[in-house]
Design a protein around this ligand. Sequence first.
Ligand SMILES: Nc1ncnc2c1ncn2[C@@H]1O[C@H](COP(=O)(O)OP(=O)(O)OP(=O)(O)O)[C@@H](O)[C@H]1O
Length: 296
Amino acid sequence: MKSDMFIRPELLVENVSVTYKNGHTAIYDASFALSGGVICALVGVNGSGKSTLFNSIIGLIKPTSGHVSLNHQPISYALRKNSIAYVPQTEEIDWNFPVLVKDVVMMGRYGKMNFFRIPSQKDKNIVNQAIERMGLSELATRQIGELSGGQKKRVFLARSLAQEASVLLLDEPFTGVDVKTENAIIDLLRILRDTNHLILVSTHNLGSVPEFCDHVIFINRTILCAGRTETTFTQKNLEMTFGGVLRHINLSGSALHEDNDGRSVTVITDDERPVVFYGHTKNDPPTQTKSKGTSS
Ligand SMILES: Nc1ncnc2c1ncn2[C@@H]1O[C@H](COP(=O)(O)OP(=O)(O)OP(=O)(O)O)[C@@H](O)[C@H]1O
């Protein structure tokens, strides 16, 4: 996965709206632009349209209006070229067919093979590297259906690596994985980012967003705001996105320490995944508050 294997990808989502057959408009007028060399978090409440947006980008859903392009070409062209890899939420996959882990990873090479799908030595080498990189060597000949949720997730990441795509879309990659796997995924994403890949990650793990994401997009049926994490991942924008779902706890002074250090820290949790730190402000009175509509 060298940076010179592709030009730095430019993803453009322009005024995309999606209305499902039942008449529900899941996203409307969504627009943003992202370039390679970036890890971007897609953050929003359940049902805010994250998966719908992903499906629009990978061509599974045709937007009702608006369009998506990669490198100034229609997204269908990028998909034919295998430039976009998608790691879905595990739950969306039907595991009732027998297939080995190494065969699932080989699926990442299908777009580069001929009609008969006979893997070349190069395909095999790339698949082996991807399997090794995701720590799956010992599971390579196991049936995928026998694996745990976290292990399956690693298999799908390996498949996307084998695809050698310039754009990676990851839908909830940290759900159901242990801390070691989460760290391994983050390390891998950083390496890909540093080789000009564009990575868009939907996550409910707010605490890790400032740790590894350069950009953040807040979504609630449309794009609420988007930009660099330092300037966009703010308390105000989190409140706008999550409203009453978030619980706020402000601690300072004696609530934090027994010395005279007057710094305070604000913690916001989404109840499932604490903790987001907003930094320190001096001389705030010790308080502990909850946002409207929450209980604890
Ligand atoms: N096939 C469908 N037909 C009708 N409505 C749908 C369909 N798929 C999703 N929706 C609705 O569209 C909205 C957005 O769903 P989507 O799955 O994109 O949200 P999400 O942000 O990915 O949610 P989560 O965080 O729970 O995964 C929801 O209200 C959902 O009920």
